[in-house]
Ligand binder design. Sequence first.
Ligand code: NAD
Ligand code: UDP
Length: 329
Amino acid sequence: MSKMQRKIAVVAGGAGFVGSHLCDLLLSENVDVICIDNFRTGRARNLAHLQREPRFDLIEADVINALPTRLGRLHIDTVFNLACAASPPHYQADPEHTLLTCVLGTRNLLRLAEAVGARFVQASTSEIYGDPEIHPQVETYWGNVNPTGPRACYDEGKRAAETLTFDYARMGRVDVRVARIFNTYGPRMRADDGRIVSNAITQALGDRPITVYGDGTQTRSFCYVEDLVDGLLRLGACEAPPDGPINLGNPAELTIAKLVGQVIALTGSRSSIVYCPLPVDDPRRRRPSIARANKLLGWSPRIPLSTGLESTIAWFASEQQHIPVVNAP
Ligand code: NAD
Ligand code: UDP
């Protein structure tokens, strides 16, 4: 490649919450971006500010189908695969599409990476650990996933996507990286995506009852999106292929009840709490071990929960996205 040649990244799922932040970060690092998205859960408004950006290109397509042949003629450096609905109500709404996105979509994007000699970065998930028996979750843990439950289209889909990704690497076909992403939050989450952070904030801003599923003692560890995309970028840039997947998440673990308490305090809301049934197969606890990310990428999250929540709350308030309450499962 000539020295003058610009770097190009493909971001599949780039119109989504995480993907749109990754597009922004890549552009700010002087990398041209081609986003591929079918807009199932992604939104044009997440990319509206890039409409006149000459270094940004948007292809509306479903990665389950054959990708546009013109992509195979480009000097693409990295293919980031973030295409897949991530919130449980959304990925369960069309489980067949979710599973096929993970398997066929990943294969199509791996084949693209192979054809153009690009590096491939797969957005995997902490869900591959299921309801974990090992705590905190280390990358060597194989997980505890129900293969037939309502979350399986996503969990097993993402596990199969990892399998395929590492098979392509073993066969010497593609240089791959796999990030196991833990719960991430921040501006551009959909108000209606049903996740705890978006639900609690929109409910609190509207002084409506906050829905806590189960008794609220289950735990999660929440990473601010800016930290997360910094980790993805570092993983994509890491020259030596890591020996296996890498967790990316914030190890600060707290109960859902505590999170809701923080949201109420930060919004000054008059919301009450309404307890609803716990969804099937809802993991009891989750916290990443990020020792590998720290060692191999020099990465660790910087933004504390209170700071991240404040900017997320400010964003939701400015968006006036106080749309109808998401009901209990
Ligand atoms: P999101 O739903 O906001 O974004 C996913 C994007 O992929 C959307 O723009 C959607 O339209 C697009 N998409 C879905 N199926 C597609 C298909 N078949 N073809 C083309 N585009 C398709 O979700 P997100 O929170 O931004 O998650 C992005 C990625 O990160 C996902 O792969 C998800 O599994 C992973 N991840 C996210 C989290 C999190 O907490 N947000 C945690 C773990 C893993
Ligand atoms: N949750 C909740 N109320 C809500 C939405 C979610 O109590 O309105 C719970 C959910 O059951 C889970 C946790 O919050 O225990 C995190 O859920 P989320 O959907 O954000 O992420 P995931 O289940 O994928 O970790």
